[in-house]
Design a protein around this ligand. Structure first.
Ligand code: TYD
Length: 134
């Protein structure tokens, strides 16, 4: 079975002034929102992420440009292209993820369920794979 992919299509509230997407915690994404960060000015050859989290849940939205996300549950992998400002991708707890193939204009927004905590990171793939097996 392929790793489960959960995406969200946020409604675009457009009018003649342009487009607007609103994302509300627990309504549009399945967790309370405690942190927002975004990645930009990333070189095309750069690979980011390469870790999993014990408990953190995140939704990634490519609000400008495009990039690819690799999701790995310890058994299966899947690649997702993000290139729409109205589409969110769930990166759940205990999912190894990598971000790459950033377009020059990419702005990748991350909506996170908790504050930054280095102790929640699993940065070694073998350690992640062993934990994922349990
Ligand atoms: P890092 O986790 O390496 O980024 P990525 O997983 O996207 O490759 O984070 C880069 C730096 O930013 C690192 O020094 C930790 C810091 N950081 C914060 O201070 N707060 C945050 O919310 C995040 C995500 C990172």
């Amino acid at each position: 079975m392929r790793v489960k992919i959960t995406t969200f299509n946020f409604p675009i509230r457009g009018d003649d002034r342009g487009s607007l997407v609103a994302i509300e915690e627990s309504l549009d994404i399945p967790f309370p929102l405690r942190r927002v960060y975004y990645i930009f000015n990333t070189g095309h050859d750069c690979r980011r992420g390469s870790h999993a989290h014990h408990t953190l849940r995140q939704v990634l939205v490519c609000v400008h440009g495009s990039c690819k996300i690799l999701l790995d549950d310890g058994q299966e992998r899947a690649e997702v292209v993000l290139d729409q400002a109205s589409r969110g991708l769930l990166v759940d707890r205990m999912i190894w993820h990598e971000m790459y193939d950033f377009s020059g204009d990419c702005v990748l927004l991350a909506l996170a369920s908790d504050l930054y905590d280095e102790g929640d990171y699993i940065r070694n793939y073998d350690e992640f794979a062993a934990l994922a097996e349990c």
